[in-house]
Design a protein. Structure first.
Length: 101
């Protein structure tokens, strides 16, 4: 019986001061959660809470149970500190008179 070779994937996580990208080989059909756990990033960054963190593949949001494919880059996203709309409001200068249409 022919055995399938493992798939090469990357798992990435970044803080404001540090980025980690772990390359590993996983079995075909492995889930995003399995790959993250195998990467060791949860031990390196104890603040990661998979129950609350969003994850994705190449910038597209995905679920922890979604399978990975050969060559995928799994990303663990940190929660936003400020809502993007609120951040834009804070940066906007009152009274500029600019209208968008």
């Amino acid at each position: 019986m022919k055995r399938e070779a493992g798939w090469r994937v990357e798992v990435a996580y970044a803080t404001p001061s540090r980025q980690e990208v772990i390359e590993l080989t996983v079995q075909p059909g492995a889930s995003i959660e399995q790959v993250i756990r195998e990467s060791g990033l949860l031990e390196r960054f104890p603040g990661i809470d998979l129950a609350r963190s969003r994850v994705g593949i190449f910038g597209e949001i995905a679920g922890l149970r979604d399978p990975v494919r050969d060559g995928d880059r799994v990303e663990i996203y940190r929660p936003l500190l400020v809502d993007p709309k609120e951040a834009r409001r804070r940066r906007a200068k009152p009274g500029t008179g600019r209208k968008r249409g």
